[in-house]
Design a protein around this ligand. Structure first.
Ligand code: NAD
Length: 456
């Protein structure tokens, strides 16, 4: 399998992919090794994750460079991802033992009865991952899964293979046995082969299309399947804001990571009283974003990771303009080696246009004027997705009122494109099922076992 640099089109490595036989062998190793890992005291499993954290810090420069080279992410943003990763690891290190402790929930001397709950690992799990934030979306799963005593078959995206191999190497160097965390290398066909194994749980991050296929294939097996899928995340800018600072914050939310985040701002609704001023400030902000070599420290917009996405973006722009949208900035692929799309801003958009309905996953955004809060809420909820949604408004009460009516896994008041390890990360509708992060996202890799204990 050839690993290409999306910023240049050049081949940076060739790795061999796992065929069905190799996947089976890896599964067998994981199955055999898991009970021994689960029998290790949790402090020892946590010690391995603490060492993994140290490895991430020590190798940061190499890891950031590899990530930028294989996904086209600006180097600064790769470093940000690695820095934030350590914060997530700290959360898991601090919260796991407490969250997974055995609980005595009832005791009666009179009835000679005690009731307890223990948190048992699921067993061998498949972790099929995305490329856009490979350290985040991967570690949200494999770290708490390992801490809970599971063995993990980790399939990084074919667009983040080298990062996946770095992760596996660091895990082994940290004392996680090589049969307990096993990288499975390849594309969708390898992922499908992995899902044919009798794993005890499937934890997937990726698109709705693939997620729906996975749900269909795991549905009859009565195993846990968590699907963290796409979004079409809206922001509503009310008339009660500082327009310039709201425009700057929302532009960052839309264009950071070249718009290739699951929680990128993908739709903007602006109160008509501030619409024109907001558009001017927003366009000025986006014009200031430097597009260029991901390895250049000053770059803000990098390459589009998957080439076919260029066609999706071009079609969304064409469809919007045909239906009456105004193109304020960009609008086309950039003619240079690799996969590049100009930062694009469309106004006068509406929900008949694909750019306001389908995930764009790139540096393009539509801005729509709205008359009032009710209209904004209706539009925010008019989507197949429900990952995040936000509102910019000084008045907290008004902000909370709006957000309480929005159907999304995460809501933001005066912020956006933000993930916290302390809060559950989940979606509604086509954004998926299940959750990671928070203490719920630690428990999710376990099965609560009920103990009824009566002394005779
Ligand atoms: P994708 O669906 O193309 O691929 C995801 C993974 O699934 C890859 O590892 C791929 O090899 C594998 N795969 C593909 N077909 C498969 C099959 N039939 N069986 C098993 N595995 C298969 O998604 P992507 O391009 O890697 O990621 C982008 C998508 O992920 C976007 O929609 C984005 O919004 C979403 N995402 C969601 C979150 C979240 O937390 N909700 C986070 C990051 C990305």
């Amino acid at each position: 399998m050839r690993i290409q640099n999306p910023a240049t089109g050049g081949v940076i490595a060739t790795v061999s992919a796992d065929n069905a036989k190799a996947v089976r062998a890896k599964y067998d190793r994981a199955r055999a090794a898991q009970p021994r890992w689960a029998a290790r005291p949790m402090v020892k499993r946590l010690a391995a994750i603490r060492e993994f954290r140290a490895q991430v810090v020590a190798r940061q420069d190499v890891l950031a460079r590899t990530l930028s080279e294989e996904v086209g992410k600006p180097l600064r943003q790769s470093r940000n991802e690695l820095n934030a990763l350590t914060g997530r690891l700290d959360f898991f290190l601090a919260e796991s033992a407490h969250t997974l402790r055995d609980e005595r929930v009832f005791a009666s001397a009179e009835q000679k009865l005690t009731e307890r709950i223990t948190h048992e690992p699921l067993g061998v799990i498949a972790n099929i991952s995305a490329w856009n934030y490979p350290y985040f979306v991967g570690s949200n799963v494999f770290v708490p899964a390992l801490v809970a005593g599971n063995a993990v078959l980790y399939k990084p995206s074919e667009f983040a293979t080298l990062t996946g191999l770095h992760i596996a190497e660091m895990m082994q160097a940290s004392g996680v046995p090589e049969d307990v965390f096993i990288p499975v290398i390849g594309d969708g066909a390898t992922g499908a082969a992995l899902l044919r194994m009798p794993v005890d749980g499937v934890f997937f991050t990726g698109s709705y299309g693939t997620g729906a296929k996975i749900a269909a294939s795991t549905g009859r097996r009565m195993i846990k399947a968590q699907l963290e899928l796409g979004g079409k995340d809206p922001i509503y800018v009310t008339d009660n804001v500082d327009v310039k600072s709201a425009a700057a914050a929302v532009a960052d939310g839309a264009f950071y990571n070249t718009g290739q985040s699951c929680c990128s701002v993908e739709r903007i609704y602006v109160h008509e009283a501030v619409h024109d001023a907001f558009v001017d400030a927003f366009v000025a902000e986006v014009k200031g974003f430097k597009v260029g070599d991901p390895l250049d420290e000053s770059t803000y917009i990098g390459a589009i990771t998957r080439k076919p996405q260029l066609t999706v973006l071009k079609r969304q722009v064409g469809d919007a303009v045909k239906k009456g949208a105004k193109l304020r900035l960009g609008g086309d692929v950039l003619r240079r080696k690799g996969n590049w799309f100009a930062p694009t801003v469309l106004t006068d958009v509406d929900h008949s246009m694909a750019v306001m309905r389908d995930e764009s996953f790139g540096p393009i955004i539509g801005i729509q004027a709205v008359a009032d809060d009710d209209a904004a809420v209706d539009l925010m909820n008019d989507s197949e997705y429900g990952l995040t949604a936000g509102v910019y408004v000084r008045d907290e009460k008004r902000g909370r009122r709006i957000l309480s009516r929005v159907n999304a896994g995460t809501v933001y008041w005066n912020c956006c494109d933000r993930v916290s390890p302390r809060l559950p990360w989940s979606g509604v509708k086509h954004s998926g099922i299940g959750l990671t992060l928070s203490t719920y996202g630690i428990q999710t890799f376990t099965r609560p076992k009920a103990w009824h204990l009566r002394s005779s």
